[in-house]
Design a protein around this ligand. Structure first.
Ligand SMILES: Cc1cc2nc3c(=O)[nH]c(=O)nc-3n(C[C@H](O)[C@H](O)[C@H](O)COP(=O)(O)OP(=O)(O)OC[C@H]3O[C@@H](n4cnc5c(N)ncnc54)[C@H](O)[C@@H]3O)c2cc1C
Length: 333
């Protein structure tokens, strides 16, 4: 177990924000997690994964916990539906590569999403028409409130769009492992626009295609700091949508998706782009040229203040122009 005080978090968040925490604890097994004396740790306690959906807005006064539980157990590779138990500290994309290498279907559309398996189950990560909830059978946790292990079926996880019971619980449950079901039987999922023409012959072929597409659109966290999509796509009423159309440039078509119940989802990227923010800079932070939904640490030395100011300006300008309130998807700590 690693336990360090006054720990530097800059290499533990993909935004590369310089922040420290009072204490950092990394455990390598469920037994090590159970042995932690939580009462003695600086508070509050926050669990992180790869830090790819986080913005540290300053130093953290409490304890940052991290799982280094790294195992992948195939329960029976001979079945059509193969159950796989995966430790929460496994890097998600390493797992996807391994599953594709075994010719197992299900996770390939989720290739190259940064972060670790535990957080993937918290976030219900999704891309190209697939969400991790489609693969999850159950989740094993440690209940910080009751100080005991517990398990949840996929139904009990209450998954929605980037939502879960874990997110709602305010950090009560530490995920220790996830039970996935992947398929030996081919089941390519290529309905999503942009995947037309992709070679469906193997999960590896689809993975390669998705990696190639993602590399043209999103910054590589190894090269440019970011936390991916910074804002959620707003869901608005039909009346508010009319207001957006009225405010849009003459002749432009407002992209949108009508949801069950009549509410309308408008891409935040489009709203931000229409306000002229593509490439906009604030100190060391900038709106990513190729995808205005992403704020990047362009210089490598952006401060939390730079990011927060750019966020504030984007929210204010989109609200002024379109009357729509944007909310960050990235968790501020
Ligand atoms: C370039 C880029 C592209 C991205 N593309 C996508 C995408 O296509 N689709 C998508 O869905 N997301 C995407 N993301 C967002 C991000 O990768 C996901 O949200 C990912 O699941 C976060 O994983 P993490 O390990 O980094 O978690 P962190 O950011 O460290 O934590 C996320 C949340 O999970 C909680 N958590 C972490 N580990 C545990 C645990 N073991 N138990 C309980 N709670 C825990 C944390 O407290 C926090 O609330 C992208 C991010 C980047 C930087």
């Amino acid at each position: 177990m690693l336990k360090e005080y006054n720990f530097d978090l800059s290499s533990r968040n993909t935004f590369r924000m310089k922040a420290r925490c009072a204490c950092f604890v990394e455990y390598g097994s469920v037994d090590e997690l159970y042995s932690i004396d939580f009462d003695s740790l600086p508070k509050p306690v926050k669990h992180i994964g790869g830090g790819s959906n986080l913005l540290f807005t300053g130093d953290f006064p409490g304890t940052i916990l991290h799982s280094a539980i790294k195992y992948v157990k195939y329960v029976d590779l001979g079945l059509d539906e193969v159950p796989v138990v995966v430790g929460s500290g496994v890097v998600w994309d390493d797992l996807v590569a391994e599953l594709c290498g075994h010719g197992l279907w299900g996770a390939e559309n989720l290739s190259l999403i940064p972060g670790e398996v535990g957080a993937a189950a918290v976030q219900n990560i999704g891309a190209y028409g697939v969400e991790i909830k489609d693969l999850i059978s159950g989740v094993s946790c440690f209940d910080l409130q009751e100080k005991k292990p517990c398990k949840f079926s996929v139904g009990e996880c209450a998954y929605g769009y980037r939502e879960s019971m874990f997110k709602e619980s305010g950090g009560r449950y530490i995920i220790t492992s996830v039970l996935l079901r992947v398929s030996r039987v081919p089941r390519p999922r290529l309905e999503y626009k942009g995947l037309a023409g992709v070679d469906p012959s193997s999960p590896g072929a689809i993975r390669d295609a998705i990696i190639a597409i993602r590399r043209t659109k999103l910054p590589d966290p190894e090269e440019t700091g970011s936390a991916g999509s910074f804002f959620k796509n707003p869901v608005i009423t039909a009346a508010d949508f009319v207001r957006v159309c009225d405010a849009a440039a003459p002749g432009s078509i407002v992209p949108h998706y009508v949801l069950d119940g009549g509410m309308i989802k408008v891409p935040a990227a489009w709203l931000i782009d229409q306000c002229g923010f593509k490439g906009e800079k604030e100190g060391g932070a900038a709106v990513y040229e190729k995808q205005p939904l992403v704020i990047v640490n362009a210089t490598g030395s952006a401060t939390p203040g730079d990011v927060l100011e750019l966020e504030r300006r984007i929210i204010a300008t989109v609200h002024e122009k379109f009357g729509v309130e944007l909310h960050p998807e990235v968790e501020h700590i």
